[in-house]
Write a new protein. Structure first.
Length: 442
């Protein structure tokens, strides 16, 4: 019983105004940082999503609540988040607690939100919070050491939503809930949030920001009906979850044009498009030929089809494929005006080069999918500040418990008892108590 009292004592400051240990945090530079996919010109439906990450270095510092109050030290979340038909928001989360340079406790956590109201299939892990249903469940806690190879996955099969993990080869499905639907990438949810797919780092709950550094490579996949496929587009920030991280810079690299990878390292995460991105188009014109070189990140792009267009409106007069040096050559028939056009592919967006210097200087303004992605990123990069947490706070608050029909597949580390009930209630405020319990090893 003393542990229950200690938990309540620990929670008291969360309900009181904090006036100490504040920081003027660089909130404009902190984002949910990682890999996020949100298609603009299509909607993807799938029954399986997975985020994969290999971590070689991880150092978790202090975290702060939205008002700048000190929260905790050594705790951060890695979240796989996805929408189910724009009605449910599913979160498969690892809550990390650092205990030494290379050793961590990793606790598996489920949050499943019903954006239309309470769950009709009630469960003992289900609450009604501000008019919305939320299922909260704490799975196993593992003691892990770097390096880490992690997969977080969610699957809807046989009218059941499964939450699973694979951490350094230890694999399991730790929670199931009866649900009919498909994960949706694209479009807007019932609350007007983007139906995105996220594998992002953030604070340990409550809309907190964590100061941290990581060295890792990550990617997002979905089942396309035949096999796992890398998401067709990716951003360096998330749009739905309210937690954020400062100190995690994300950029992309391309071993091949069909195998992009997100690199996570120390630095400031400037919101960016990871893929597709336009290649650099270098054109050299002589009296008898037009030479085009395609490259990205100073790497030549072989095997890419390029078109030469001329006339008003421009029409294709020739095509060529870049050689091993990324070069394509066209004959120069003394065109008064021409356009070099690269149509793009999986990780490369379309690109233009205009022989007119004036038009070429404006080429980045021409309509392209990349420009659409950039416009969306510029308009939505701060949407996480109005994510699930802050939108819910605008509604009438009520909390009720219900009876149990869900299927946990592994027993929580601390048993199903009063401690876990209190633990579960924490998720309604973004896993706040979770970080406290793990830190004090209750």
């Amino acid at each position: 019983m003393y542990k229950v009292l200690l938990i309540l004592i620990l929670l008291l400051p969360l309900s009181m105004p904090l006036t100490i240990h504040t920081i003027s945090q660089p909130s404009s530079l902190a984002f949910p940082s990682g890999v996020t996919s949100y298609p603009l010109n299509t909607v993807i439906y799938t029954n399986f999503v997975v985020g994969k990450i290999n971590i070689s270095y991880l150092n978790i510092g202090r975290s702060y609540l939205p008002g700048g109050e000190y929260f905790t030290t050594g705790n951060a979340s890695l979240q796989l988040n996805a929408m189910v038909l724009g009605k449910y928001w599913a979160q498969n989360v690892i809550l990390f607690h650092q205990i030494s340079n290379n050793t961590f406790y990793a606790t598996l956590i489920v949050n499943l939100w019903n954006l239309s109201g309470p769950f009709s299939n009630s469960t003992g892990n289900s609450l009604v919070y501000q008019g919305l249903g939320v299922i909260c469940y704490q799975g196993p806690t593992l003691k892990v050491n770097l390096p880490l190879s992690i997969s977080l996955f969610m699957e809807i099969v046989n009218s059941t939503l499964d939450f699973g993990y694979d951490i350094n080869g230890e694999r399991g499905i730790y929670f199931r809930y009866p649900l009919i639907g498909l994960f949706q990438l694209g479009g807007l949810s019932l609350l007007g949030l983007p139906n995105d797919l996220e594998l992002v780092w953030g604070g340990p709950g409550g809309g907190s920001v964590v100061f941290m550094n990581v060295t890792s490579v990550a990617n997002l996949y979905y089942f396309n009906g035949n096999s796992l496929s890398i998401v067709p587009n990716a951003y360096s920030i998330g749009f739905d979850t309210a937690e954020s991280a400062f100190g995690v810079k994300v950029y992309s690299t391309f071993p091949t044009v069909f195998s992009p990878i997100a690199i996570e390292t120390s630095g400031v995460n400037v919101p960016s498009i990871l893929w597709p991105i336009p290649p650099h188009v270098l054109v050299n014109q002589t009296s008898d030929r037009i030479t085009v070189k395609l490259s990205i990140s100073n790497k030549s792009l072989p095997g890419q089809e390029v078109y030469l267009e001329t006339g008003f409106p421009p029409s294709i007069v020739s095509s060529a494929v870049t050689n091993s040096s990324g070069i394509a050559v066209f004959p120069n028939n003394n065109y008064s005006f021409y356009v070099v056009y690269f149509p793009g592919n999986f990780t490369l967006s379309s690109a233009y080069y205009f022989s007119s210097p004036i038009l070429n200087s404006l080429s980045n303004k021409f309509h392209s999918y990349y420009q659409d992605l950039l416009n969306f990123l510029n308009s939505a990069q701060n949407s996480f500040k109005k994510g699930i947490k802050s939108i819910l706070s605008k509604q009438e608050t009520s909390i009720t418990s219900t009876t149990s029909t869900s299927t946990p597949l592994s027993s929580p580390q601390f048993g199903v008892n009063l401690y876990i009930i209190v633990y579960i209630l924490a998720f309604v405020i973004g896993m706040v108590i979770s970080a406290i319990l793990i830190r004090f090893k209750l």
